[in-house]
Design a protein around this ligand. Structure first.
Ligand code: ZN
Ligand code: ZN
Length: 245
């Protein structure tokens, strides 16, 4: 299996990532990737950029150095209603929203984390038309009812992310990632493989995910970024431009 697009990457704008957008795009070009999405952390994450950064991402060309550059954000899911931390006016400027739960940005003051409350959070997020990808949802602390919620997310067009950083930095997530992938295989739910790169050397390296997916016999046709044809279809379905030739 070969992955041709990395749709969850960070730049120096996140302030705990260390390469510029230009450096990330140049590395994608060097690796021969078809596309990347620049998805810096939403405003609620400490040190992250504010709305002006997201609203002006259109300054970067749609295709640069031969790479389709999707303008996006990794929005923080901030409460159990599934709210995210970017206003409509910014979301309208963006093409690619990864929505993730992070400890520091989820308000747990009113609602306790449980399988039921996290399940409801994701069901609520499924109804947000701006969200494209559900980021690193195998985190053990935020386990949900995978079997009933994954199909709801899929019905609403949300892609389930297999985040390669699980195999490098967050190994406690690996058993859940495998369980999620096996369920997606059984229920024919499309997934996307991303790196969550915070530096150039992490981008486009999907080894852990590919190995796991091959071990469980995951069908390539359900991995939307495993060929140019499949990824272009995914972009077109979402009304997004394909790479300029
Ligand atoms: Zn980060
Ligand atoms: Zn990320």
């Amino acid at each position: 299996m070969r992955i041709i697009a990395d749709t969850h990457t960070h730049t120096i704008a996140s302030t705990h990532a260390y390469a510029t957008a230009t450096e990330m795009i140049a590395e994608a070009a060097r690796l021969g990737l078809y596309a990347i999405a620049i998805t810096d952390h939403g405003p609620k994450m400490p040190g992250s950029p504010q709305v002006w950064y997201f609203n002006n991402l259109r300054a970067i060309p749609e295709t640069y150095m031969g790479v389709r550059v999707l303008k996006g954000a990794e929005a923080n899911i901030t409460d159990f209603d599934g709210s995210i931390d970017l206003p409509e006016s910014s979301l309208d400027c963006l093409e690619w929203i990864v929505a993730s739960i992070h400890d520091v940005t989820l308000d747990q003051s009113k609602t306790k984390v449980s399988v039921d409350t996290v399940s409801q959070l994701y069901i609520n997020a499924a109804n947000d038309p701006h969200i494209n990808v559900i980021g690193h949802c195998g985190t053990p602390a935020y386990r949900f009812d995978y079997e009933s919620v994954l199909p709801v997310l899929a019905q609403h067009g949300k892609l389930i992310e297999i985040n390669d950083s699980a195999f490098k930095n967050n190994k406690s997530s690996v058993p859940n990632c495998i369980e999620i992938a096996k369920l997606c295989k059984r229920m024919e739910i499309p997934i996307i493989v991303n790196t969550d790169a915070h530096f150039t050397t992490q981008m486009g390296r999907f080894d852990g995910s590919i190995k796991m997916l091959e071990e469980i016999g995951f069908p390539e046709e359900l991995v939307v970024n495993s060929s140019v044809e499949r990824f272009e279809k995914c972009l077109k379905e979402r009304g997004l431009a394909v790479r300029e030739s």
